[in-house]
Design a protein around this ligand. Structure first.
Ligand code: SAM
Length: 453
């Protein structure tokens, strides 16, 4: 494809991304599925253009807004790409016009308004002192109060750390390879990987190799997983022979890591209310050589299966549905899709999931709550409320769990773990570990636990 054709494809992709409600990565997958003729390097270039826009969209739109107030509205996605080329890539208006020339598959020529918009941007800095903070640091204005409550004045730096793209992290699958063996296998396929600082199984890749094409990926030696997510799974401290529930297992990211920690011995029940999602984890489990997992679709968090298995698991992980505010480096569109009423709705769901899932934990067993949220409402506040209403549970100091499992000093202060992109270079993750007091008796349930496997 010519550079201009890539730009037109990026405009079309952004239009798809901003029509309908699908997350950007799903829109992109559908876009390329319908255009199989687009090769790998063109695909990468088109995605780079589109994601560069998504990452700095508040600032690009601010510049568009400044211009529009005087001159009338240009085609929005074309305007965003024009602004991106000039403000981020440093193009001149003439260079943009060279690609917007109406040639085969290329953007049609800029009209007079677009041309004067392009000229007005030449030499400007994408950041401008007149921009409000939410524009400069790229987050929805309404969430500022929660960010200030959580981080204090440092919240701006936390948000700035979410603008740039995250590196690709992978986990060495201990069922098939040590971290050193995974590094060597990657090197043999010309991929450079370095050990992550916090996760003992983690590797950070140089660049973005096409993972699906790597033999060591196809053979299950490695899994794509952010370092924060690896740590959350490790802190479950699941041991060989135990019975474990991954209550919100999704496509099985943490299930796989837990299975490796258990050396495939014992049993994991991977549940989710999205039955199709948990079913689709099958191929990943097979590739990773995991065979101690039962996949289970739940009607809701109060599915009768939970009551039937009350008090019968050593570990229950609740990797709760959340705002995803810790993953905005990877999903920059998610911040603009999040709505103010999502937070109370999610907090209510998280509390309900915890309240139901806790029934599965046996006396002396552990309930581990994790989110990829940065917000106290979904994290510490949720745990405080849970402990207040479940006196048979107590929090285990995260530093103790960390030292037992990982063998180093925990990088976070406080009784729970909060990882952030700025402080730890991981996705934002929260982890709290609680135990059902051994003397607390079995979980509250109206009927005896019955094994039904
Ligand atoms: C953060 S994601 C889980 C990610 C997954 N654990 C992983 O590591 O790849 C949260 C999951 O919770 C599931 N979920 C939503 N509501 C639920 C409910 N009421 N009960 C159980 N799971 C639920 C969602 O379908 C989603 O897959």
């Amino acid at each position: 494809m010519t550079p201009g054709a890539r730009l037109q494809a990026a405009i079309d992709l952004l239009t798809d991304m901003h029509t309908g409600t699908a997350p950007a990565d799903r829109s992109a997958a559908a876009f390329f599925r319908n255009r199989r003729y687009i090769g790998g390097s063109d695909r990468r270039a088109i995605l780079d253009h589109a994601y560069a826009v998504l990452r700095q969209m508040a600032k690009l739109d601010w510049w568009i807004g400044e211009f529009v107030s005087e001159q009338g509205l240009p085609h929005l996605e074309r305007a965003r790409i024009i602004a991106k080329l000039i403000l981020i890539d440093g193009w001149t208006a003439d260079k943009v016009a060279g690609s917007f020339d109406g040639g085969d598959y290329r953007p049609k020529q800029m009209n007079r308004t677009e041309r004067s918009f392009a000229l007005s941007l030449e030499g400007a800095d994408i950041r401008n002192g007149a921009q409000p903070k939410w524009v400069r640091f790229e987050y929805p204005e309404w969430i500022e109060k929660s960010l200030v409550k959580r981080f204090g004045p440092g919240y701006e730096q936390e948000m700035a750390a979410q603008i740039d793209e995250a590196a690709t992290d992978i986990r060495a699958n201990a069922l098939k390879a040590t971290r050193e063996e995974a590094i060597a296998a990657l090197a043999a396929e010309n991929v450079t990987a370095t050990a992550t600082h916090l996760s003992p199984l983690g590797l950070r890749l140089d660049g973005r190799p096409p993972m699906g094409a790597l033999k060591c990926f196809q053979d299950g030696l490695i899994e794509v997983q952010d370092e924060g997510s690896q740590l959350a799974a490790l802190l479950v401290d699941a041991r060989p022979g135990q019975r474990v529930v991954d209550f919100c297992a999704g496509a099985g990211g943490k299930t796989l890591a837990i299975a490796a920690a258990m050396k495939n011995k014992g049993k994991i029940v991977a549940c989710d209310t999205l039955k199709g999602r948990v079913e689709r984890a099958g191929d990943r489990l097979k590739r990773a050589g995991v065979f101690n997992v039962e996949r289970r679709g739940l009607e809701s968090e109060r599915d009768p299966w939970v009551k039937r298995h009350a008090g019968s698991f050593d570990r229950v992980l609740v990797d709760a549905p959340c705002s995803g505010t810790g993953t905005w480096r990877r999903n920059p569109d998610a911040k603009w899709n999040l709505q103010p009423d999502d937070l109370p709705r999610l907090a209510k769901l998280q509390a309900s999931i915890l309240d139901s899932a806790q029934r599965l934990v046996k006396p002396g067993g552990r309930l581990v709550y994790a989110t990829c949220s940065l917000l106290a409402e979904e994290n510490d506040h949720q745990i405080d409320a849970f402990l207040a209403s479940h006196p048979d549970f107590e929090r285990l100091p995260i530093a103790d769990v960390w030292r037992d499992v990982i063998g180093t000093d925990c990088p976070a202060d406080g009784p729970t773990l909060s990882l952030t992109p700025m402080r730890h270079g991981t996705d934002g993750f929260f982890v709290a570990v609680m135990t059902r007091k051994a003397s607390g008796g079995a979980a509250q349930t109206e009927e005896p636990a019955v094994e039904q496997e």
